[in-house]
Design a binder for this molecule. Structure first.
Ligand SMILES: [Zn+2]
Length: 320
């Protein structure tokens, strides 16, 4: 999840369309929209819903390393995705395929172990326009499937799909650090990789009945180290393509609670977007707190479709 910053009145946010009122109502009842950044702030990480603790309960064992990610071969949805596999390292490269020469950075939202490092992740970092928490724990399903596990799993699947098309793929982290990275570093990794596209993978934590996915686009911000003027348009293109192909590949509908059914939202309060100098979007793949969405998010088969939708959107964008 990427909770909204309470310091900004909902009505002043660049919400797409008319969702402002609906959103305000949601925020009164759901833990899913409070302070925070690409993170969540100390407030209401909706992990405390049913299972007691505010943090998702991943055992210290990390989400299984990507054994399955290559498996459920996506059903030939994308004509582009059947090229020979390239190198399998996280940096790919050197492969042939329609995305050869392209660099994609995938940012798995949160970290399964963030809840063990609250001091570190609550540290404030400079996001240009303001300061925000380094990172947050993210949300989870009522049964305890953590958003951070979901994001890593989908990111692994996505990496495999993109590498098959020849892209060089960089993950902002791969279960290889105790917490974080902080949101400013997540942005910096994409910038330093000179990524052609960056996607930050998330799932939301909102009220029951709120369903569907949405893609978050950077709004126009300038301040301190933040200047999105060059990425607003290409990011919109990237995000629009991902939204369209996510619908096609997953069969999921765009969010019924954010974005006026467009599947798109624009935000100016996310460090991961504000500090990016390369085209970047976030995707909230569904609402972990809604039982019907949770049934999808916890399904490996559905996660493969989600990864396919994101991959197809990225491919469409990179292929023009
Ligand atoms: Zn998140």
């Amino acid at each position: 999840m990427v909770p909204y910053d309470e310091s900004v009145p909902p009505t002043r946010r660049r919400r797409s369309l008319l969702a402002a009122t609906a959103f305000a109502a949601v925020c009164l009842t759901a833990a899913g929209c409070g302070a925070g950044d690409d993170s969540g702030g100390t407030r209401a990480e909706p992990g405390q819903g049913g299972s007691g603790t505010s943090a998702p309960p991943p055992s210290k064992s990390a989400p299984a390393p990507d054994r399955t990610s290559a498996s459920p071969t996506p059903s030939a949805k994308s004509a582009k995705s059947s090229k020979p596999s390239g190198s399998s390292g996280s940096t790919g490269g050197g492969a042939t395929g329609p995305l050869s020469g392209k660099t994609v950075v995938i940012d798995p939202g949160h970290n399964p172990n963030n809840h063990l490092h609250t001091g570190e992740i609550n540290r404030q970092v400079d996001i240009g326009t303001t300061h925000k928490e380094c990172d947050t724990t993210g949300t989870s399903t009522n049964s305890g499937y953590a958003e951070a596990q979901f994001t890593l799993d989908v990111s692994h699947r996505l990496r495999t799909l993109l590498q098959k098309q020849g892209a060089k793929v960089v993950l902002t982290y791969d279960n290889d650090r105790a917490y974080g990275p902080c949101v400013d570093e997540r942005a910096r990794i994409g910038n330093e990789a000179r990524a052609d596209a960056v996607v930050s993978v998330h799932a939301d934590g909102s009220a029951v009945g709120n369903r569907g996915f949405h893609v978050i686009l950077p709004g126009l911000v300038r301040g301190g180290k933040a200047d999105t003027s060059k990425i607003v348009e290409p990011s919109r293109d990237l995000g629009t393509r991902i939204a369209g192909l996510f619908v096609r590949d997953t069969g999921s509908a765009p969010s019924n609670y954010i974005g006026g059914n467009s599947g798109l939202d624009i935000r100016k309060d996310l460090g991961g977007l504000n500090l990016s100098t390369v085209p970047k979007v976030f995707i909230e793949c569904g609402n972990m707190r809604d039982p019907k969405d949770a049934a999808l998010l916890t399904s490996a088969g559905w996660r493969q479709k989600a990864a396919q939708g994101i991959a197809d959107g990225i491919s469409s964008y990179l292929n023009g």
